[in-house]
Design a protein around this ligand. Sequence first.
Ligand code: GLY
Ligand code: MN
Length: 473
Amino acid sequence: MEQHDGGGTAPHPDPFRGDWAETERRLPALTGAAWAAKRRSALAERFPGERIVVPSGGLKVRSNDFDHTFRPHSAFVHLTGEQGTHAVPDSVLVLEPTGSGHSVTLFTRPRSPRDGGPDGAEFHSDRRYGEFWVGRRRTLAETADALGIEAAARDGLRRALAGEVPTRVVRGVDALVDSLVPPARRAEAELEGFLAESRLVKDEWEVDQLRAAVGSTVAGFHDAVGELDRATRLARGERWIEGTFNRRARLDGYGLGFETIAAAGAHACVLHWMSNDGPVRDGDLLLLDAGVEADTFYTGDVTRTLPVGGRFTDVQRRVYDLVFAAQSAGIAALRPGARYGDFHEAAMRVIAEGLDGWGLRPPGATASTPVSGLYRRYTVCGSGHMLGLDCHDCAGARDETYLGGTLEPGHVLTVEPGLYFQPDDLTVPEELRGIGVRIEDDFVITADGALCLSSGLPRGADEVEEWVASPSR
Ligand code: GLY
Ligand code: MN
C-alpha cells in the first residue's frame, strides 16, 4: 500500500510496513468464564435443535468520529463472562445445534493484522478500531483462552447464520444479525424471557461481583459527602458531587451503572434528575442516587438524602423519618418465600398511614383505604427492583417469575421508597413543597432472610447528620 504526504507529490513506501515484534500473549481465563459456561449449557438445554444468536452490540457514536465507551449487551455478558476494557465491539455468540447438543462459537473482531491483507491498514489508520487509535484487541487465540469459547473472525458470521436452521436471536442489538435472520417475534420473545429469567437468581460469583460493585458505590458516597462543603461554594455544586462520585466509579470499576443523580433542593422531586446543573445550598437536602459498575459490568444502586448543612430542619426530618420507617418496613419483609410485592406493600402502608397521621391524603383517598394507587401522587414509582448486570435487572422476565413471583435465595434487589412533594403541588402544605427524599439500599436474599450489601453507609437521620457533619474520609 502506498501513502501520500498531505501536500507532497511523490509517493513513498508505506511507513507502517514491516518490522513489528510478535506480541501475542496467552491470557488467563476471565474469572466469570467458567460460570458463563454453565449458563450456556442451560440455554442450550432449553432450546434443543435450535440456533441461538446473542450479539454484544457495537460502538455508538457520541459525535462525529468519537464514540461512547463500549458496553456490551447484558445478555451477552451473562453468557460469556466478558469483562471491562477487554470487551470487543460487534462480537456475536452463536450456539449451533449439533447431533448431540450445541457447539459454541464467538464471532468477533480479531486483532488487526500488521502484515497487509484487506485489513492491513486498520491498525494505524482506522480511528474506530485501529490499535494505534483505541488500543490492542485480543487475537482470536487470546479471546478463546480468556473466555473458554472457540473464537472466529466476524467475517464468517454471514456463512454461519445461513441455512435452514430454526434460529432465535436477541434482536435489535446488531444490525447485521438482524438482517441475516428473519424476525420470529414469538420465538424471540421466548428467548428474551428465558435470558432475563436466568439472571434472576445470582450465582455465588455474581453475588461477589455485586458485593464489590456496591462496596465501590459506598466508597463513592463517602467521597461525595467529603466534598459537600466545597459543593456549596460552587455555582453548579451538583456537578461537583456528580464528578466526585464518577471519579470513584472510573477508579474502582468500569464506570457507572446509570447516570449519577445529584439532586439538590426541589430537583430531588425529579426522580431521574441527571442534569445536575444546580447549586447545592446550605439548608437544602441533596438526594444522591448513584451506582458504580464493576469491571465485570455488575452495578450497585444506592440513594442517600443528605442535609447539606449537617442538620435536617424539622419538616425535612419529618419526611426523612417517614421514608426511613417505610424502608425499614420494606426491608423487614425481605425473606425467601415472600411475594415479590410484599416489601413494596409494607413500605407503602407505612407511608400511607404516616401521611394520614399528618392529615395528608391524596385527592380521592379515604381513611378506609389508606393504601392505594392514589398515593403515587407523592411516591410516583415502585419501591425497588432487581439489581445485577442492569440497574433495573431482568426487566424481560415474565410477571409470574418477577413482579408476581416469590423471593428466592440469590435474588439481589433494591429497597428504595421515597416521598416527592412537587414544588407546585397545591394538595400539600407549603412547607412540604419541594422536598424529595429517597433512601435506597441493596440486598441479597439468603436462605433465611436478606443481607444488606450497602450497610457501610449511615441510614438513620441521626447517623446521617453525624456523617455529613464529620465525613469519615
Ligand atoms: N437508581 C435509579 C433507579 O433505580 O431508577
Ligand atoms: Mn434503584
